[in-house]
Design a protein around this ligand. Structure first.
Ligand SMILES: C[S@@+](CC[C@H](N)C(=O)[O-])C[C@H]1O[C@@H](n2cnc3c(N)ncnc32)[C@H](O)[C@@H]1O
Length: 182
């Protein structure tokens, strides 16, 4: 067999296994994530909310459903603050652990954020789906300290009035980003 055919088959097999594990890992946690799939927020959108929500040394940002940890890395690079991510999807969790390896200010936890105590968070970031947002306000209200900021990509928190709604102004990444002060 020609080397290039062999290389093509190997690449196709690796991609297939990767896609299959994405589907399996997503399907297994679907009842708990209520449809919030593992999709990453674009860097443009992360930059937009970081411009609007400055953080100081010693503060903590928690990403409830951190995917591959992209938000945590970008926040760490910009402000050098401590970050924690919760993730249920095993594939996303493993990717986050690998990509964040060696970064002391980032902690990735395999688990359900509904069981987490968010009382230490200064900023909570989320990119979840409407079914989750419907109930999330109650948890945030009971967990968060006064003055904490909640940033929600794409979907609002029903029953809460956002202090700002950002539109990054980029034609591909212009969905709203809601910012709430608790
Ligand atoms: C749309 S992705 C966002 C990923 C990341 N926050 C970002 O913006 O790049 C939502 C993630 O939340 C995770 N998730 C949903 N419900 C969760 C829960 N109850 N506990 C932990 N993770 C959850 C999903 O597995 C998924 O990876």
């Amino acid at each position: 067999m020609h080397l290039w055919i062999f290389t093509f088959l190997i690449i196709a097999a690796v991609l297939f296994v990767f896609k299959l594990s994405y589907v399996l890992c997503t399907a297994v946690v679907l009842p708990a994530t209520h449809g919030a799939l593992y999709v990453s927020t674009s860097r443009v959108r992360i930059s937009a909310f970081l411009d609007a929500v400055p953080m100081k040394a010693g503060q903590l940002l928690v990403d409830i459903g951190c995917g591959d940890g992209r938000v945590l890395r970008q926040v760490g690079r910009r402000y050098g603050v401590r970050t924690v991510g919760y993730e249920l999807n095993l594939l996303a969790y493993v990717k986050a652990k690998l990509l964040c390896f060696g970064r002391k200010n980032i902690q990735i936890k395999l688990g359900n954020f509904w069981h987490a105590d968010l009382s230490e968070a200064d900023v909570v970031f989320c990119y979840l789906f409407p079914d989750v947002m419907r109930d999330l306000g109650g948890k945030l209200k009971s967990d968060l300290k006064p003055g904490a900021v909640v940033v929600s990509c794409n979907f609002d928190l029903p029953g809460f009035i956002p202090e700002r709604i950002l539109r990054p102004g980029n034609s591909l990444h212009n969905d709203p980003i809601y910012i709430y002060h608790f």
